[in-house]
Ligand binder design. Structure first.
Ligand code: HSE
Length: 300
């Protein structure tokens, strides 16, 4: 069997709504092999009972669509899915399934499309490239879509940055979190975000990390989603007090992310864990480094 790993991703990074995202060293696994016919889908880690093991499985569906797109018959497959990216938490679990499916189908079909081509396909399927780009390419990726294509740039970020991921015990469906957003925004809010998204990218590239707090601020989605994530503002304030360089809602939420430096990671984790245990809901904190390679076929 071949083995694919796909990193968790965090979209928006505050101001880069539907455009910017980053990959972390936390992975979903997929093992796949061709069979004569049929579909045998096994889900390890059965605690997540919601993952279908029939042809409605998202990885399988993506593979079937890929084969249809390239005009080849879908072969029989055996898939083993093992997820470590939590579901409905804003860490790109759906994008990870889509990317895993595309990579497996790309391999089995003999198409050997480039990562670039797969990134184009994934962005089209998702409708925005902020999870799929970092899932495929790794690192922090800035992307933009029009009717014809997706353009993207993977940017360098300071090596000494870590990301404190705070995952609550409650889910939040992306459709609900997008449904709460207004269709139109004020010009001053558009200016607020475009200036901050530009500042975010420039600050990461140049290592001006003291800009991140302002650069990750947002008026296009976070203020509206706040009501769906109890504790968000207080946690951002606590993170700021404990020395975070900036904090944001990960993707559609409800996970929150604080950017910290490696040298303060232990102290931040102790203080933040103490704080998180004092507020309602269970919050699980994990300090992660960025994944710089993106989804890949690995040995074993
Ligand atoms: N940019 C997307 C959002 C990511 O915030 O809704 C989740 O799909």
């Amino acid at each position: 069997m071949k083995h694919i790993i796909v990193p968790a991703t965090s979209a928006n990074m505050g101001s880069g709504f539907d455009s910017i995202g980053i990959a972390f060293q936390k992975y979903n696994h997929l093992w796949f092999v061709e069979m004569e016919s049929g579909a045998e889908i096994l889900v390890n880690r059965k605690h997540d009972l919601k993952i279908p093991v029939d042809k409605t499985n998202l990885i399988y569906k993506t593979m079937a669509n890929f084969f249809k797109m390239v005009g080849k018959p879908m072969p029989g497959v055996r898939l083993i899915q093992e997820d470590y990216i939590p579901h409905t938490r804003g860490l790109g679990s759906s994008a990870a399934c889509i990317v895993a499916g595309l990579m497996a189908a790309n391999d089995l079909s003999g198409c050997h499309y480039s990562r670039e081509k797969l990134a184009q396909i994934a962005a089209k399927i998702e409708g925005h490239p902020d999870n799929s780009n970092p899932a495929i390419l790794g690192g922090m990726v800035v992307g933009a879509l029009d009717d014809k294509e997706m353009r993207h740039v993977k940017i360098d970020i300071p090596e000494y940055l870590s990301f404190a991921i705070m995952v609550p015990d409650f889910p939040l469906e992306t459709s609900k979190s997008r449904g709460i957003l207004p269709y139109t925004v004020l010009r001053k809010d558009a200016i607020f975000n475009s200036s901050r998204a530009a500042l975010l990218v420039a600050s990461m590239i140049t290592g001006n990390i003291d800009n991140l707090k302002m650069a990750m601020d947002d008026r296009l989605h976070q203020p509206y989603r706040m009501s769906l994530v109890p504790g968000m503002t207080d946690i951002f304030e606590a993170a700021d007090k404990f020395g975070a360089k900036g904090s944001y809602l990960s993707g559609a939420g409800p996970t929150l992310v604080s950017v910290i430096t490696d040298d303060m990671a232990d102290e931040f984790a102790i203080k933040m864990n103490t704080y998180l245990s004092s507020i309602p809901n269970e919050w699980h904190l994990e300090i992660l480094k960025p994944d710089l390679e993106g989804a890949r076929i690995v040995e074993g």
